[in-house]
Each structure stands twice: as C-alpha cells, then as structure tokens.
Design a protein around this ligand. Structure first.
Ligand SMILES: *Cc1c(COP(=O)(O)O)cnc(C)c1O
Length: 379
C-alpha cells in the first residue's frame, strides 16, 4: 500500500506557473517588482472588491510590518493582537519597538473575543495607554466576528490590521476577508491556499498608501539621481519570479477553495458519528470559510485513554501529519511577559484542538487512508 506522507496543507500547481516564470526569465524581469507583479496585484484587486489597492510583498509578515509603519506605530506604543495565532501576527509589533497586548478568543469562531477586546481597550485608556492599533486574525480561514469587533474599534477610533493570511477566499456577509480593516494582509507562503513560493500582500484603500508601501518596501529611495534616503527602508517587495508563480496560482484559487471545502465535508461525514470529537463548523451562513485548515476539538476519554495526543500519534504511525492548534502568544516563552486579557478560552482550545490534513492536493486515496486511520483509532 502507498504510504507516502500526507501533509497538513500543500497547494497544487495549475500548470500555468512555468509559462509565466519562463516569460519573466525571457524578458529579463527577474528582480523585485516588474510587469508580473503589477499584473498579480491587479488580479487580486479584481478578485476582492472595487477601490482597493494591493501591494505585493515578499511575505505576509512584511505586510503586517508595513501596515504598522503606515499607521505610525512607534516605540512604546501599545498594539492589541489576537493571542491565538501564528507568531508572525505579533512579531512585527516588536520590530517597531511597540508593545503587544494579547486578547483571548471566543468559542464560536476561535478568534478575538469582542468582550475582552473592549475590557482591554477601556483598561488601557484608563492607564493612559490607549492602544494604537488592533491586529485581528481570521484563524484557519474562519472569519472573526467582524460586525462586533469593528463596532468596538470604531467606537474607540482604533484602526484594525486584518491578518487574513489564512483567509484568502473567505468572506463575511458576502464581503471578502482582507477588506474590512484599515489595512489587510495576505500570505502566499507554501502552505497557504495559493502560493508564490514565498510572498504576501498589503491591502489598503488608497493609492497614497500603496505608493508609500512600495517606497518603504524598496529601501525608501528619495527622488534623486544618486541613492538618497531620508527615512529607514526595507527590502520587502515581491519579485517578478514569485509573482509569475502567483499568476499561475490565481487560476486555481476558486478551485482550491472548492476542494478545501469538500475536504471539510469529508471530515464532517467521519466525525458526525464519533462521540468525543467536534469538528469546527462555521457559526452560520454569514461566515463563509475557505476551509484552509480543518480542525477538531477532542474531549479526552479517560476510561479508554483516548485523547488529542493519542490520535495525533496514531495518525503519525500511518504517516499522516496532524498538529495541535496554534499555541496562544500569551503562553509563548518569548511573549508571556506581555499583557493578556481573557478567560482561558484559547488555552482550552490549544489543549484539545488538532489540525488535520486539509490541502487542495488531497487525493481520494489520501482520504481513504485518513478515514481508515481515524476509524481504526476509535474502534
Ligand atoms: C502564514 C501566516 C502569516 C505570515 O505569513 P508569511 O508569508 O509566512 O510571512 C501571518 N499570520 C498568520 C495567521 C499566518 O498563518
């Protein structure tokens, strides 16, 4: 029997990537910026909504960093961040010398909890430290409580940076994720829903922000015949080669969303009949997920000695990758000295949660192996 490793999340090629890369090589556009970068940005703009401006960058992390810079975040400023996320959401706060304030999740979407968000904002204002920005995350492609969270942010006039790294193709009330905040970001690294090998994008609502983002992303060169700099600069622009891969990938974005949502149905059929396990499901029709990652919560069964970790090990023996959920930032050795507002919802999710193979490349043979491994484990 085929026993090749089944990974958590791999993307697939459309077959068009090579043609675009070849064209870039042929036309000698092989550095950062270039016609394919422009074209890739246009494609994403058209995909998202009108009147948005995309800046293609070399990672999602650099997109978050530039969003903070464009919002004027400086040393000592406080920036609120969803605790349950990948460290790339929080690290750029520290690149700016700013201070993260972490917020718990709520249990419906597993994203930033509106109640704790407001408690934190009020408390920080009382202490004379009004937060300068809020970083929200659509974890695993699942939209957060957009209406509630943005109503709070608007009330206190705090801009939101929407980390939509995992949520390209997701939407809330019919509006695409990545388009709700003052800034949004996407990631196109190798395990996201589409990839540029490595890459990211900043979403903004003005041409001025886009121009300023490109300025910072290309070492902040002032207009002059020599190299003149009056501001700090970064090397964050997407390369034309990466954008070529991205153009090939845009052709299958819709298909990938469809395939990943089918993976979700596959898991629903399995877990419907399994007692201790609950598959994450969107709260209601307002929340449209790209199902980038399928996740379960495993209520440990002490008598039968079944728990999240024993399932993970059983899958591992079948050469199937699975992984606990993101470990919340306020529990990370590097971040735990920072403030946290919450009720241990994220802790509980981290204790019981598991990510399951969800790639757009899963074959029916892969699915058979996954199903067999899970059913064997519970029988
Ligand atoms: C992948 C990811 C990022 C970072 O993207 P890179 O392109 O790898 O820098 C940021 N936030 C979240 C939630 C992610 O999953």
């Amino acid at each position: 029997m085929n026993n090749k490793r089944i990974y958590l999340s791999l993307s697939q090629q459309s077959g068009f990537e090579q043609d675009y890369v070849q064209k870039a090589l042929d036309t000698k556009w092989i550095t950062s910026g270039g016609p394919h970068v422009d074209e890739f940005e246009k494609k994403i703009e058209n995909y998202l909504a009108d009147n948005l401006f995309i800046t293609a960058l070399n990672s999602g992390t650099s997109a978050i960093h530039l969003a903070l810079i464009l919002l004027g975040i400086k040393i000592g400023d406080e920036v609120i961040c969803q605790s349950m996320t990948f460290s790339a959401s929080a690290n750029p706060i520290l690149y700016q010398g700013a201070v993260p304030v972490f917020i718990d999740s709520e249990s419906d979407t597993w994203n930033i909890c509106p109640e704790n968000l407001e408690i934190a904002i009020k408390d920080r204002i009382k202490k004379g430290k009004k937060p300068k920005a809020i970083i929200t995350v659509h974890l695993y492609g699942n939209p957060y409580k957009v209406d509630e969270v943005h109503a709070i942010a608007d009330r206190y006039e705090i801009p939101i940076i929407e980390d939509s790294a995992e949520a390209l193709g997701s939407s809330y009330k019919g509006k695409k994720c990545g388009t709700f905040g003052a800034f949004g970001i996407f990631s196109f690294n190798g395990n996201k829903i589409i990839t540029t090998s490595t890459g990211g994008a900043l979403i903004s609502n003005s041409k001025e922000f886009k121009e300023k983002a490109i300025f910072y992303a290309t070492q902040s060169r002032d207009e002059a015949i020599h190299y003149e700099h009056s501001e700090i600069g970064y090397n964050y622009r997407m390369s034309n080669i990466c954008a070529s891969v991205g153009l090939g990938q845009m052709k299958i974005l819709d298909r990938n969303v469809k395939l990943r949502r089918e993976n979700h149905n596959f898991y629903r059929d399995i877990f419907d009949s399994i007692e201790y396990v609950e598959l994450f499901e969107s709260l209601n029709k307002d929340y449209f997920s790209n199902c980038w990652m399928n996740t379960i919560l495993f209520e440990p069964n002490i008598k039968r000695n079944l728990n999240r970790e024993s399932l993970r090990l059983a899958l591992e023996i079948a050469n199937i990758e699975s992984r606990p959920l993101w470990k919340p930032m306020h529990l990370q050795p590097f971040f735990k000295k920072h403030l946290y507002y919450g009720n241990k919802i994220a802790e509980n999710l981290f204790q019981k949660g598991l990510c399951l193979p969800s790639g757009s490349n899963l074959t029916s043979e892969d699915k058979n192996r996954i199903e067999k491994a899970i059913r064997n484990f519970f029988n």
